[in-house]
Design a protein around this ligand. Structure first.
Ligand SMILES: C[S@@+](CC[C@H](N)C(=O)[O-])C[C@H]1O[C@@H](n2cnc3c(N)ncnc32)[C@H](O)[C@@H]1O
Length: 278
């Protein structure tokens, strides 16, 4: 890793964390820990330098970190354009609000459900990134759905970074890794690099479970094509977000615009001072 000013990097990532909505566990929103976000963001910025990068789901907000670290001069490199696709309107709005406030002109977000075909105008990307639901109970099929959307967004060219569970001692994570790699191969992508057992998460029931960076590259012989259809097969939807948790929400809608870094009105009440000054 090149030398960066750790204090500046941590403080910038702290601004991003302050802006994130709280995670909804039933949709596998489980956020990466702060130290790992710094290292991951630096890696992603270097990997995708000068590329147009699309995120298929990004509750972690690595997208925002990458754009912000470059804009603040903490990093001298980074993608030329960053687009976040997420079905949670709170996340989309949080990205847009941050981009607006910090004038990050190359950062944008759109509401999109990965089960729907990709809108036709979303084709202008070189690289994709996804940290999807980790597919413990469906043989990695939920990962494959997100990976397919990434592959479609780059028209089967370029590279993609898939962040998923990896622990040598946990058999399902190793089986899923194998399944995802063979699925990617069927889509014309091969593993160019793997960084095993890297990141930790705010995950109460498995605090030591790490994820890896699995970096895929398109085969040179791939044709530049894109067919994108909605996922309809029941077999791809079962246990999508965990055991017996098939998708039922098209979007998560934001009820009111919140300032996420601050306490909400419904979290506390005031016990008033006695009248003292009469
Ligand atoms: C599934 S979580 C995986 C854990 C990851 N560390 C996180 O919390 O961002 C990744 C992102 O995918 C989004 N997501 C979940 N289901 C989706 C869907 N059907 N379409 C698009 N985005 C989805 C979540 O809102 C979240 O932001």
């Amino acid at each position: 890793m090149p030398e960066i000013d750790l204090r500046d990097a941590m403080n910038a990532v702290s601004d991003v964390i302050q802006n994130r909505p709280r995670p909804i566990r039933q949709f596998d929103q489980i956020y990466m820990k702060a130290g790992d976000m710094v290292i991951q963001s630096e890696f992603v910025a270097r990997w995708a330098n000068e590329k147009r990068l699309v995120f298929v789901g990004d509750g972690d907000a690595i997208s925002v970190c990458v754009a912000y670290l470059k804009n603040r001069g903490v990093l001298e490199y980074g993608p030329s354009k960053v687009m976040v696709l997420d079905f949670d309107e709170r996340i989309v709005n949080a990205v847009k609000r941050f981009a607006d406030k910090e004038r990050l002109e190359n950062l944008d977000a759109r509401l999109y459900n990965a089960l729907d075909g990709l809108p036709e105008d979303l084709v202008e990307f070189d690289y994709f990134y996804t940290n999807p639901p980790w597919g413990q109970y469906n043989d990695g099929e939920s990962i494959n759905v997100f990976l397919d959307r990434g592959v479609e967004a780059v028209c089967s060219q370029g590279e993609g970074l898939v962040v998923i569970a990896d622990d040598k001692e946990i058999n399902w994570s190793q089986e899923v890794l194998a399944k995802v790699q063979s699925h990617a191969a069927s889509r014309g992508f091969f593993v160019a690099r793997m960084q095993p057992e890297l990141h930790l998460y705010h995950l109460d029931d498995a605090p030591d479970l790490r994820s890896c960076n699995l970096l895929f590259r398109a085969r040179p012989q791939n044709e530049r094509v894109r067919v994108s259809e909605a996922v309809m097969e029941q077999s791809r939807l079962e246990n999508f977000y965990g055991r017996s948790k098939a998708p039922r929400a098209k979007y998560v809608r934001e009820l009111k615009s919140l300032n996420y870094g601050q306490a909400q009105d419904n979290e506390y009440e005031l016990q008033l001072l006695e009248e003292r000054y009469d």
